[in-house]
Design a protein around this ligand. Structure first.
Ligand code: NAP
Length: 327
């Protein structure tokens, strides 16, 4: 019999990459979508998986919809990728961020506990939970959390609730503590995509500048297509656990900008970048870098795509998108 998976956040960045991986492994994939006045299936279409996903209606803020979905699908595996995932917006929408990212996870865990207790559960946790905790410059599974945004705080709640359902009810629940990962499907408001889209527009003569808040923050950036493999591997283990997923290398926003301009042959990037305080955050996370010994040893997982390859891939995809629009 086919294995089944329920993926929330199916229309975001990671959802379609994970769906592609699971479909290749012959899973039946249910994708949770919320009500839209204007639905867009652009991301699953981009990866060619839209027609193979069975969409089910539900919202993380509506517990009864989650109960209904879990009860009717009774999946082998649940991947909870849905979130208000934009750190910057989480100060303006702190309550909504908490309702979706924290209480929504509690509702989903409860729905599984009562109606499909053998489903394995993956929670999309994040390096933003570490925030300022970077004593030796690296973060791993033992590093204490010090989140710096309502987003990070909401994810810490979900992290511990995921651990607590494992310890209290013996459920198979895992946290993937993923460091930043990007792809051509990254939402346009995120700084990496803003840069690659901006560079593509400058290259094609459609814009002159990119406006950014801060060039100094350092992040450990990997490729989303690699990271979804780690999610899958966690749920295939005999025992549930929590894993840091990262590349172990760190780059500044400025490094990302330089790499993106280099990818299109523009060396004088400073001419095109304007610093704009409107895009600065009330509290920034200065430095993130993951130590991945546990996931490499226990999951056998390693990132494949390098930083330079990732930036090139994103710039190329944005140029192709814009050229398609122009014609
Ligand atoms: P994303 O592109 O922002 O996708 C998030 C998805 O969640 C969207 O499809 C969105 O649906 C859905 N969603 C939002 N609110 C919802 C609600 N109330 N009910 C149901 N669905 C809802 O995020 P991503 O980059 O794929 O990331 C996936 C997960 O990993 C997120 O939980 C994120 O916080 C976490 N994470 C991401 C990174 C990263 O670097 N990408 C790193 C660590 C952790 P709509 O399409 O309807 O808006």
């Amino acid at each position: 019999m086919k294995k089944t998976a329920l993926v929330t956040g199916i229309l975001g960045q990671d959802g379609p990459y994970l769906a592609k991986l699971l479909l290749e492994k012959d899973y039946k994939v249910y994708g949770l979508i919320r009500r839209y006045s204007n639905p867009t299936f652009e991301n699953p279409e981009y990866l060619g998986v839209h027609d193979q996903i069975e969409y089910v209606d539900g919202d993380l803020t509506d517990e009864s919809s989650l109960i209904n979905v879990v009860k009717t699908t009774r999946p082998d595996e649940v991947y909870n990728l849905a979130a208000q995932s934009f750190v910057g917006a989480s100060w303006q929408q702190a309550k909504l961020t908490t309702e979706v990212n924290a209480l929504g996870v509690l509702s989903l865990l409860n729905a599984i506990k009562f109606f499909s207790p053998t489903s394995k559960f993956y929670q999309a946790s994040t390096s933003e939970m570490f925030g300022l905790s970077n004593d030796d410059g690296y973060q791993d599974e033992d590093t204490p959390f010090h989140p710096r945004s309502p987003y990070g705080i909401s994810k810490v709640y979900a992290y511990w609730m995921t651990v607590n359902f494992r310890e209290s009810y013996n459920m198979f629940t895992c946290n993937g503590i993923l460091f930043n990962h990007e792809s051509p499907l990254r939402g346009i408001q995120f700084v990496t995509r803003k840069i690659t889209d901006g560079v593509a527009k400058i290259k094609l003569g459609l814009a002159d500048d990119i406006h950014l808040g801060d060039l100094d923050p350092k992040r450990d950036w990997g490729f989303a297509g690699d990271y979804v493999e780690a999610m899958y591997l966690m749920l295939q283990k005999e025992e549930p656990g929590d894993y840091v997923i990262a590349t172990g290398q760190t780059h500044s926003v400025q490094d990302f900008v330089e790499a993106a301009f280099t990818a299109v042959g523009i060396s004088d990037w400073k001419k095109h970048v304007k610093l704009d305080p409107r895009f600065q955050r009330p509290a920034e996370v200065p430095h993130l870098r993951g130590r991945v010994e546990k996931s490499q040893a226990r999951l056998g997982w390693k990132p494949k795509v390098t930083f330079e390859e990732l930036v090139k891939m994103m710039v190329k995809a944005d140029i192709e998108r814009l050229e398609k629009k122009e014609h």
